[in-house]
Design a protein around this ligand. Structure first.
Ligand code: RIB
Ligand code: CA
Length: 314
């Protein structure tokens, strides 16, 4: 029986570029049917995350539609991560200006219309979950229409606080709505993404590729890694979080996954934005609502990234 090539998943990538978002865009463009990119405020204000997404489509030479969405969380005040990604949200490389304007400022409508008109769409949010929550609230039928949600966020520990990871911390109300939506949900949290570091030898593999794209991405990874290695006492490079949520769909063989019940804390003085993950062996524990990634074959996964960059390098 000839090996059949798996059908690429149809996805909408919802992002806040962001260095690791930029890498996720490359992997999504190479390995998925990328129906569109939607942007959200997160690592940087919306105008900058949108600009950065457009720049990435230019660098890849793709005309994937880009639609901007929420410029602030549902309830929480807008907060960004310039201390990690720089003032532009994508500091560290000599990037060009975007060649085109954003396709629309109506990401929520794009998500709803696309999911209603296309069977089996995966939503892949890799920033704060504001756009996804707004789409689910405006169109509850999406929960039964989409193939699922594969998100980057959460974990048994945090990075913005000891308890909460940035994407969920930035908009806990949105995160609570998404984790409670009732459909298939995959969670790539810090437990797995911190195993996936842009160490110098891995960055060298990117830099060894021909062309401007590889050079720029290597420069971005060097900048991103510097903010990690100087702020952690045990990391050899940046945790390249976001492409994990894409590869969870395109390269499932690289991951270990467990079923867990996960709920978002929205009230805790010290725990707001935390993913409360039920890991008890108690048989009365709540039924799982989430596939939680716990381990990655990091070398093989980084080779996927290198090959994806190579595919767009000329
Ligand atoms: O906590 C890591 C997440 O926050 C990643 O998605 C990164 O891009 C930032 O958005
Ligand atoms: Ca992100």
């Amino acid at each position: 029986m000839p090996a059949t090539t798996p059908i690429p998943p149809s996805i909408i990538l919802d992002c806040d570029p962001g260095h690791d978002d930029a890498i996720a865009i490359v992997v999504a463009a190479q390995h998925t049917n990328l129906l569109g990119i939607t942007t959200v405020a997160g690592n940087a204000p919306l105008t900058l995350t949108t600009r950065n997404a457009l720049i990435m489509t230019d660098l890849l030479g793709i005309d994937t539609p880009v639609h901007s969405g929420a410029e602030r969380p549902l309830v929480a005040p807008p907060r960004h991560a310039g201390y990690v990604h720089g003032a532009s949200g994508l500091d560290g490389a000599d990037l060009p200006e975007p060649s085109r304007p954003v396709d629309s400022n109506h990401a929520i409508d794009f998500i709803i219309d696309t999911c209603r008109n296309t069977e089996g769409v995966w939503l892949v949010p890799i920033g704060p979950l504001t756009n996804i929550a707004l789409a689910l609230r405006a169109a509850p039928d999406l929960a039964g229409r989409i193939a699922g949600i594969s998100l980057m966020g959460g974990g048994t520990f945090g990075n913005r606080t000891a308890a909460a990871e940035f994407n969920l911390w930035a908009d806990p109300e949105a995160a609570a709505m998404v984790f409670d939506y009732g459909g298939p949900l995959m969670m790539s949290g810090l437990d797995v993404t911190h195993q996936f570091q842009a160490t110098p030898d891995r960055v060298d593999k990117v830099r060894a590729l021909p062309g401007r794209l590889a050079e720029l991405l290597a420069d971005l990874l060097v900048f991103f890694s510097h903010t990690y290695t100087t702020r952690h006492d045990d990391m050899g490079g940046a945790a390249v979080h976001d492409p994990i949520a894409v590869m969870a769909l395109t390269h499932p063989e690289l991951f270990t996954v467990v079923r867990r019940h996960v709920v978002i804390e929205v009230w805790g003085e010290h725990t707001r934005g935390m993913t409360l993950i039920d890991q008890r062996s108690l048989i009365e524990r709540r039924p799982p609502n989430c596939d939680m990634l716990t381990h990655v074959d990091a070398d093989a996964a980084f080779d996927v990234i290198v090959r994806a960059i190579a595919a767009f390098s000329r």
